[in-house]
Design a protein around this ligand. Structure first.
Ligand code: GAL
Length: 857
């Protein structure tokens, strides 16, 4: 779209559609920027972006996720590039399956969206080791993320490799592809002071290295206030309205608006109310922003051993607008979709000028974008938590506390961030009772007769074990080839030493850097301990009884995701640091400096017991004594995939801690026994006031993660194989399969709400506004689904939340029948929130309509 067709003067709407759908033309797009915005082919753009990380879902899921992102009003999909996935061994690349980044970028392009490619290659992202491959750590003389030749050489090589790949496929906008933006480094500014003067040189080098790759599109650095020109420094955080770039020639861009927060094993589940997220977005555009990215738009799953750490959970749902399973997280998705529509209505004014600010009172702000050609858009914000009434341009406006009203014509409020018109849906898991292969056992409770097992040996069992004097650091030893490192020591009790007495109680004490420790004495499990996301350190003290003669202490140390954040994060160690002591009769003996035997990983890992192959078939035992609630057991069973296409999860209740594989593919670590703290949660979190990652928490006292996503594409028709490694002790016959569904559709809209944005046609705003008032609108998630029941409807002063609405003091008598009439048998329906439809059950009182409905399955 180099030149303007003559039609564009006659049909601006038509042209903007054409620009959107054919922007990735073979001629290439010219992407630049100025003070206001990114400029694509000479036109400043307001861009809504969202993060979807390709390896956190499957290629089979990508098209649907991207379509949902597009339907949600996104223009851009952002992803990091995960170096350790693509180059697991130095010089050996892997771009297959979930790692097929070219396919992902092309899938985004096919949907007509742009891509922001954040190469990093340090990415943080709650990803193992921040995305760095472990081999990098072992390059002699290397120092990460600073002015260090070995590091810079590798960083440049990988960055260039990715850029070249994209270029070869013509994926940069400058070549007609979708990539309009790239990022180098990631939030280095947050921690660069720890790297001294070299930090500055490293950032200068990163900038010129990136620019030398000649992508033809702008580069950004996030949280880097000294980003060298022409690199754009961008903001990350829960709010970025107060941010300004380091030059007046750069636009105000927000690369990470945290839509929720990540989950840790042992932590409660964070969520961010949609009203506050919408408030943050609106405030950003109110105060001059033009590019905003949700981190995450769909979080997905940390499959395999990809989670960062320590203790990042397998689910990376993030309370994002699309949930881990690919279903809409409503009303968040819908409330933001409405917001995006309104912001796009304001685009002509937003790109034309800087906002003019006027105070409407304390913490009451108006920002107006007004052009000479008559476009005008206004944002009115109430940053107090109490509601307010303001005067703006001679008119009176009600501003709910902690909200922004958007007026795309400077007169009519089309959207308010605190007033949700979108439907809310509840998600439910349906536990299954179909038949598991061959055994005729219910799948929901796989019977023990369906399981076979192999016991993982305690202590040293592999030929490649080795000895060292003293205790070794774990990550330097395993190079993260496995979560596990065995520390083993044997000694004889012969002379009745005072600190080594057979048959009497001796205190074993172990100090470890974490993340998890399990101790065995003479082959018996005597107990374990774990650190937490806040502190990885472990102190284990157990009374043990030693034997006369030879005694062996085996310590199994396990990592749960390697550190991904902070200055020198790459050097934070793990494993048994010592001292490891034995005490009795007031005397303490330190075993630490003696010779220990080490084994990296498990025997079962070496034998690939998780693989679907038959190599190990004869080793699996299926006698009637299935061992349960004992540590270190591999379990295997066969099952039939749950019927249908609904997303699948396994409920691991009954198991302890370990890893699970379906047909050879790891669905990640499971750990249902690590529960969230008892306190700190709230049933409903007040969205008013500044949000932080610990403000709104769920699941206190419950397992941090009980359900684990099994992507449909991991399953096949007929017999599927599941292998579990259980480290702590569990009962696999207790685990269940479930499928994920949308439960109820709910909506609760007040007479004070603006009309739904999707019904209102700009620029005939005033006319349609008179016709249309607030409305309740609900849609079944599937195109073939019909509303089969209206469970609740009340017009008046209904109370409660979806699933537990109740009538208030005031309620019209015909609400249920009016809503049934409009909705039952329909795929979607709209009901006006007005006394015209329902009569007036209480004059002079502000009324609302609440409905709950269900859809056929
Ligand atoms: C940011 C970082 C992201 C992610 C996020 C928290 O600091 O850039 O990669 O880690 O925090 O989810």
């Amino acid at each position: 779209m180099k030149r303007c067709h003559h039609l564009c003067r006659l049909l601006p709407l038509w042209l903007s559609l054409v620009i959107l759908s054919f922007s990735h033309s073979s001629y290439g797009d010219n992407v630049t920027y100025d003070h206001r915005a990114l400029v694509i082919n000479g036109v400043r753009r307001v861009l809504i972006s969202g993060s979807i990380h390709y390896p956190r879902s499957t290629p089979e899921m990508w098209p649907d996720l991207i379509q949902k992102a597009k339907d949600g009003g996104l223009d851009v999909v952002e992803t990091y590039v995960f170096w350790n996935l693509h180059e697991p061994v130095q010089g050996q690349y892997d771009f297959e399956g979930r790692k097929d980044i070219v396919k992902f970028v092309k899938t985004v392009a096919e949907a007509g969206l742009y891509v922001h490619l954040r190469i990093g290659p340090y990415v943080c992202a709650e990803w193992n080791y921040g995305g760095f491959p472990l081999w990098l750590h072992f390059i002699p003389g290397i120092k990460f993320r600073t002015d260090n030749e070995p590091f810079k050489t590798e960083m440049q090589r990988f960055t260039a490799k990715i850029v070249d790949m994209m270029k070869q496929e013509n994926l940069y906008a400058s070549q007609g592809g979708p990539i309009i933006l790239s990022q180098i480094e990631n939030e280095y500014g947050n921690i660069d002071s720890a790297y001294g003067a070299a930090a500055q040189r490293y950032i200068q080098w990163s900038a010129s290295m990136a620019l030398s790759l000649d992508t033809g599109v702008p580069w950004v650095m996030c949280q880097q206030s000294d980003a060298p020109d022409p690199i754009i420094n961008t903001c990350n955080g829960f709010y970025c309205d107060q941010f300004s770039p380091n030059s007046n020639n750069k636009p105000k861009m927000w690369t990470e608006n945290w839509s929720g927060w990540f989950l840790s094993f042992g932590g409660s589940a964070p969520y961010r109310p949609p009203q506050d997220l919408a408030f943050a977005v609106a405030r950003f555009f109110q105060r001059g922003g033009t590019f905003q990215n949700y981190y995450m738009y769909q979080g997905g799953t940390n499959f395999g051993r990809t989670t960062g750490g320590p203790f990042i959970a397998t689910s990376y749902d993030y309370d994002a607008p699309i949930d881990e399973y690919g279903l809409l997280n409503q009303p968040k998705w819908g409330h933001l979709r409405d917001l995006h529509k309104v912001i796009k209505k304001c685009e002509p004014a937003l790109i034309a000028t800087d906002p003019a600010y006027t105070s409407l009172g304390q913490n009451l702000e108006a920002h107006v974008y007004k052009t000479s050609s008559g476009a005008c858009a206004a944002f009115l914000a109430n940053i107090n938590t109490q509601d307010a009434t303001v005067k703006f341009n001679g008119k009176t406006y009600q501003l709910p506390g902690w909200s922004v009203s958007i007026l795309p014509d400077c007169k009519n409020v089309v959207y308010n961030t605190a007033q949700i018109n979108s439907q809310e849906t509840t998600s439910e898991m349906r536990y299954l009772s179909s038949i598991s292969e061959g055994t005729n056992q219910p799948l929901s409770r796989l019977s023990s007769s369906g399981w076979s097992y192999i016991k993982e040996p305690v202590g040293i069992s592999k030929a490649d074990a080795f000895t060292r004097k003293g205790l070794v650091e774990q990550i330097n030893t395993t190079a993260d080839a496995s979560d596990y490192l065995w520390y083993s020591i044997s000694f004889n009790i012969t002379m009745g030493e005072p600190w080594l007495i057979s048959g009497e109680q001796t205190l074993l004490h172990v100090e470890s850097l974490g993340h998890v420790l399990r101790a065995f004495v003479n082959g018996y499990y005597i107990g374990g301990a774990m650190g937490s996301a806040d502190s990885t350190k472990i102190s284990l003290s157990k009374l043990i009884i030693l034997d006369k003669g030879k005694n062996t202490i085996d310590l199994l140390s396990a990592t749960v995701g390697l550190q991904n954040y902070g200055a020198f994060f790459d050097l934070s160690g793990a494993g048994v640091t010592g001292p490891v002591t034995l005490s009795a009769n007031g005397v303490t003996f330190d075993l630490s400096p003696y010779v220990w035997t080490y084994q990296i990983g498990l025997k079962g890992e070496d034998m690939s017991l998780f693989d679907d192959s038959d190599d190990s078939a004869s080793l699996w035992l299926s006698d009637s004594t299935l061992p349960t609630n004992v540590p270190l057991v591999w379990y295997k069973t066969q099952f039939q995939a749950p019927a249908g296409n609904d997303p699948v999860a396994i409920d691991f209740t009954g198991m302890g801690k370990g890893e699970a594989w379906i047909n050879g593919q790891s669905i990640g670590r499971f750990w249902p026994t690590y529960t969230a703290p008892l306190s700190g949660c709230s049933d409903s979190c007040n969205y008013k006031g500044a949000y932080s990652s610990s403000k709104c928490l769920k699941k206190c006292g419950k397992p941090s993660q009980q359900l684990y996503h099994v992507p449909r594409s991991f399953l096949k028709e007929g017999a599927n194989t599941m292998v579990l490694f259980e480290e702590e002790g569990g009962d696999p016959t207790k685990i269940s399969f479930a499928t994920r569904h949308t439960g109820s559709l709910c909506a609760h809209v007040s007479e004070m709400h603006p009309a739904p944005v999707n019904f209102e046609v700009y620029p005939e705003l005033a006319v349609s506004k008179q016709k249309l008032g607030p409305m309740v609108h609900v849609t079944c998630p599937g195109p073939d689904q019909l509303i089969n029941e209206v469970k609740f409807a009340s017009f008046g002063t209904p109370q409660g939340t979806c699933g537990s609405y109740s009538h208030g003091k005031c309620s019209s008598t015909n609400a249920l029948s009016v809503v049934q009439q409009a909705c039952v048998g329909m795929n979607s329906c709209s009901v006006p929130v007005s006394t015209k439809a329902f009569g007036d059950p209480c004059r002079g009182v502000t009324k609302s309509l609440a409905i709950e409905a269900t859809c056929s399955s």
